[in-house]
Write a protein that binds this ligand. Structure first.
Ligand SMILES: [Fe+2]
Length: 455
């Protein structure tokens, strides 16, 4: 396969989730229109900078930094039948906040297929995606820079999701790409100096779509699930990953403290998840992983992820003593885009923050969910009529005493004005609603992932 051809159609990601009703086929509901090009999925046409933004409520004075979010913004006239939500050109939307003041909003295209996430590490900001695109360095004004990522040390593809280890200050990722026409997956570690310090080729040739990974104290998790590369879809010009009944879904543990690249595999029931909330080792020595589980997707719907089954918060417990995995659904509210405290990757976390995707047939991102893993309970804030959210980034308070002492920040689209706000909640009290709503000059299309970059 020609890699360049492949790269033209990739730029994978997963953004906000909508559930059209599991069991329904989107084509039956929406005729031949591509849902992922309509409403607030549609691209914006203008690149705008606006200063001194109006704020309803008040932004906490301790917040100074840049809120960045990446997502697809197809340019030109995409093929309506074949366009897949994961393939649009990357666009960043950013808001600069300084000691509680909203200084500016700006959007800008990413100069490549990196449409999925935007992260900061070791003093640099990168727009990233999986399956072969080199990360692109971004400056504080959202411009793409012509630099070699990670100081020229990256020799493999990259990933849409890295996991930051707050103890070692390293980033961990499972990457895949098609560098010589065939699938290669790697475990890559970026050191605290921003340079690649480890690259291991994994014994994996399944063509699995490895959207993210998870870490625990001793392991990195390889999520070898039920979606694999499909040449038949690529040949027809469609997004080239598909549900695969013939592929055994499994979670692999690779010891990240050893140089040995042997993976211990745990078979699980067929499923896919783009996003874990977290993973950690419990007191019995089991590996626990919580993730947003889909029963099936990329099977009937070739344009996006949300129309076949809802994603539900689910826990897998991997028993290292007997080699078995058990599965438990934790919540029955469909949701996606899990985030949590950024310093707890690989450690026990009590809270997760999700974008609720609704129970109805119509897609609806109308609620923010805070999930308590200790009490196994949820707290829900409904955004209100015509308002739909996106991924919420958790920002810890400066002098944090409890895990949820901090803020949630997310873009909220308002259908009535056809514009978006950047909305801030106190994470300990989402039920009382936003503490600040920053008014933006245009809408921010439903997109994928983002970060708070402290000043
Ligand atoms: Fe993602």
């Amino acid at each position: 396969m020609d890699r360049r051809d492949y790269l033209k159609i990739t730029g994978l990601g997963l953004g906000s989730a909508a559930v059209l009703g599991w069991g329904f086929n989107r084509l039956n509901l929406f005729g031949k229109e591509n849902y992922y090009l309509q409403g607030n999925y549609a691209p914006v046409k203008e690149i705008i900078t606006e200063d001194n933004l109006e704020v309803i409520g008040s932004i906490p004075k301790e917040l100074s930094g840049l809120y960045l979010r990446n997502g697809p913004n197809p340019i030109g006239s995409p093929n309506v039948k074949k366009y897949h939500w994961f393939t649009g050109e990357g666009m960043l939307h950013g808001v600069r906040i300084d000691e509680g003041k909203a200084i500016w909003y700006r959007n800008n295209l990413v100069g490549s297929g990196n449409n999925t996430h935007v992260i900061s590490h070791a003093g640099k900001i990168y727009a990233i995606a999986e399956a072969g695109d080199k990360p692109v360095e971004i400056d504080q004004q959202l411009n793409s820079l012509d630099t070699d990522p990670f100081h020229g040390t990256l020799e493999t593809g990259f990933t849409a999701h890295t996991k930051f280890d707050s103890q070692s200050k390293e980033l961990h990722g499972i990457t895949y790409a098609f560098p010589r026409g065939s699938y290669e997956a790697h475990y890559v570690v970026i050191g605290k100096d921003g340079r690649v310090k480890r690259t291991d080729l994994l014994p994996l040739s399944s063509g699995t779509m490895l959207h993210e990974c998870a870490i625990t104290e001793n392991y990195v998790l390889v999520l070898d699930l039920s979606i694999t590369f499909a040449l038949s879809k690529l040949a027809k010009g469609y997004f080239p990953f598909s549900w695969n009944d013939d592929h055994q879904a499994r979670i692999g543990l690779l010891n990240r403290k050893s140089d040995n690249v042997e993976i211990k595999w745990f078979n699980i029931d067929p499923c896919y998840f783009f996003h874990t909330v977290n993973a950690y080792e419990d007191q019995q020595g089991n590996v626990v992983v919580d993730a947003m589980r889909y029963q099936r997707l990329f099977d009937e719907d070739w344009n996006g992820p949300f129309t076949e089954f809802p994603s539900l918060l689910t826990r897998w417990t991997l028993n290292l003593a007997n080699g078995n995995a058990s599965e438990q659904q934790l919540d029955d509210l469909p949701a996606e885009f899990p985030r949590m405290h950024p310093h707890l990757n690989g450690k026990f976390n009590r809270f997760g923050y999700l974008l609720g995707t609704g129970l109805g047939v119509k897609p609806d991102f109308g609620r923010i969910i805070k999930y308590d893993f200790v009490n196994k309970s949820n707290e829900v804030y409904e955004l209100g009529e015509g308002k739909e959210g996106a991924e919420s980034v958790f920002i810890p308070s400066e002098n944090q005493k409890n895990e949820d002492d901090g803020y949630l920040m997310t873009y909220v689209y308002d259908k009535a004005s056809d514009k978006s706000n950047l909305v801030i909640f106190h994470a300990q009290n989402i039920k009382s609603g936003p503490i600040a709503q920053i008014k933006l000059p245009q809408r921010v299309p439903f997109g994928f992932h983002g970060s708070w970059v402290p000043a």
